[in-house]
Design a protein around this ligand. Structure first.
Ligand code: NDP
Length: 381
C-alpha cells in the first residue's frame, strides 16, 4: 500500500488527490490546508492521517479543538507545514497548494528525499532553476501533476533528450477563445469562471481565461524538461483531449490522450512507473469524432507572450510575473478590477521591475513582495 501526503488537500487538485487515494487504497499520512477547517476536519476524520497542518494559526487552533477526540497532531503556520513533511511516513508528497505559498514546501519535500508529485506550478515559475538543481542534487524525482506536463513526461518515454525537436503544449483557449480586446472589456467574473472543459480552483480558472496559465506552463515545461521556451509551441485544442505532445527529430509526434480528469494525472505521478486501473472514464474517440488545433491569439491575450519574455529575461522576472498576477487575479475575483485590468496590472508591474535579478530563494521572495506592493499600488489599495 502506498502512503502519500497531500499539501493543499482542501483545494480542487487536493480533493481529487484524496479521491485517488480513496479509489486506489493509498494511506494518507499527512494533509495540509490554509483556513478551510471544516474540509480539513472532514478529510482528517476520513483518512486518519498522523498529522494535519494549517497555514493559518487561528485555523490550526480551531482544528486542534475539533480533533481533540483523536490522536491526530495538528501543526500551525508555514513552519508547521514544513515540519509535517519531514515527520510524515509518506513516500510521495502531492503539492497542490496554490500560488507562491507552495514554493518553500516544494523545496522541503525535495530536502526530505520523498518523491514530489507537483501540481504547484508556481514553484517552477518562481524558482525553476533552484528547484530542479536541488532535486538533481538530492536525487529526488519530480513527477508533474499538471495534465499537460504529465502528458509530456509520458510522451518523453519514446525518445532520448537529444532527439526532441519541440514540445507541443496544448491549451483549451479558455471561455473567451476568439474574443477581441473590445469584447473582453465587457466580460464578467461569472463568464470568466465558466471554463469550457476543466473544473478547477478559481485562481487557475481565471489564469486559463487570460492565458496566463498557459504562459506559466511554458515556463514550467522549460524547467521540468530542460527545453528552451523557444522550442515549446502552444496550440489551442478546444476539446482538452490531447493533453500535449513531443515532436522528435524524425517528425514523429508522440502524444498522450485521455478524458480531462486530473485524477489520472495524480494517480500516474504516485504510481509511476506502474500504470494501474482507474475509476476515471475511458476515452471514446468515436463519440468525439474530431479533434481541432489552432494558433493562440497573443494580441488579445498578451500574458502568454509576456511569460515567454519573462523566461528569456530570466532572473526574478518570472517570479515578478507570478506575484503581480496573484495580486491582479485576487482583485479581479473581488470585482475591484475588470478582466483587461489583470493584464494591465501584470504588464505594468513587469515593466517597472524589468531587469530585476535574484540568485537565491530569499532574493526571489523579496522580488515577489516588491511586485505585490507595486501591483497593489496600481490597483489602488
Ligand atoms: P485551490 O484554490 O482549489 O486550492 C488551493 C489549496 O491550497 C487549498 O487547500 C488551500 O487551503 C491551500 N492554500 C491556500 N493558500 C495557502 C497558503 N498560504 N499556505 C498553504 N496552503 C494554502 O487551487 P487548485 O487546486 O485549483 O490549484 C492548486 C495548484 O495546482 C495550483 O498551483 C494550480 O496552478 C495547479 N493546478 C490546478 C489544476 C486544477 O485542476 N485545479 C490543474 C493543474 C494544475 P484552503 O482551502 O484552506 O484555503
Amino acid at each position: 500500500m502506498k502512503t502519500i501526503s497531500v499539501l493543499g488537500a482542501t483545494g480542487s487538485v487536493g480533493q481529487q488527490a484524496l479521491d485517488v487515494a480513496r479509489s486506489r487504497g493509498y494511506r494518507v499520512d499527512y494533509i495540509t490546508a490554509n483556513r478551510d477547517v471544516a474540509a480539513a476536519e472532514l478529510a482528517a476524520r476520513e483518512f486518519h492521517p498522523s498529522c494535519v497542518a494549517m497555514a493559518s494559526t487561528e485555523a490550526a487552533s480551531d482544528l486542534r479543538a475539533r480533533l481533540a477526540d483523536t490522536d491526530i497532531t495538528v501543526l500551525a503556520g508555514e513552519e508547521g507545514i514544513r515540519e509535517g513533511i519531514y515527520a510524515s511516513s509518506s513516500s510521495v508528497v502531492v503539492n497542490s497548494i496554490i500560488g507562491e505559498a507552495g514554493l518553500l514546501p516544494t523545496l522541503t519535500v525535495i530536502d526530505s528525499g520523498k518523491r514530489l508529485a507537483l501540481a504547484n506550478k508556481e514553484s517552477l515559475v518562481i524558482a525553476g532553476s533552484i528547484v530542479m538543481q536541488r532535486a538533481r542534487a538530492r536525487g529526488v524525482e519530480i513527477l508533474p501533476v499538471d495534465s499537460e506536463h504529465s502528458a509530456i513526461f509520458q510522451s518523453l518515454k519514446s525518445g532520448k533528450p537529444s532527439e526532441i525537436k519541440r514540445i507541443l503544449l496544448t491549451a483549451s483557449g479558455g471561455p473567451f477563445y476568439k474574443k477581441s480586446r473590445e469584447e473582453l472589456a465587457r466580460v464578467t467574473l461569472a463568464d470568466t469562471l465558466a471554463h469550457p472543459t476543466w473544473k478547477m480552483g478559481k485562481k487557475i480558472t481565471v489564469d486559463s481565461a487570460t492565458l496566463m496559465n498557459k504562459g506559466f506552463e511554458v515556463i514550467e515545461a522549460a524547467h521540468l524538461f530542460g527545453v528552451g521556451a523557444d522550442r515549446i509551441k502552444v496550440l489551442v485544442h478546444r476539446e482538452s483531449i490531447l493533453h500535449s505532445a513531443v515532436e522528435y527529430i524524425d517528425n514523429t509526434v508522440i502524444a498522450e490522450l485521455s478524458v480531462p480528469d486530473m485524477r489520472m494525472c495524480v494517480q500516474y505521478a504516485v504510481d509511476y512507473p506502474d500504470r494501474c486501473p482507474t475509476s476515471s472514464a475511458q476515452l471514446d474517440l468515436i463519440s468525439l469524432g474530431s479533434l481541432t488545433f489552432a494558433e493562440p491569439d497573443t494580441e488579445a491575450f498578451p500574458l502568454l507572450a509576456l511569460a515567454a519574455r519573462a523566461m528569456s529575461c530570466g532572473g526574478a522576472m518570472p517570479a515578478i510575473l507570478n506575484a503581480a498576477d496573484e495580486v491582479a487575479v485576487a482583485a479581479f475575483l473581488e470585482e475591484r478590477i475588470g478582466f483587461l485590468g489583470i493584464s494591465e496590472v501584470v504588464s505594468e508591474t513587469f515593466e517597472r521591475l524589468l531587469g530585476s535579478r535574484a540568485e537565491t530563494v530569499e532574493e526571489l521572495i523579496a522580488c515577489d513582495r516588491e511586485a505585490r506592493r507595486i501591483a497593489r499600488e496600481l490597483i489602488g489599495k
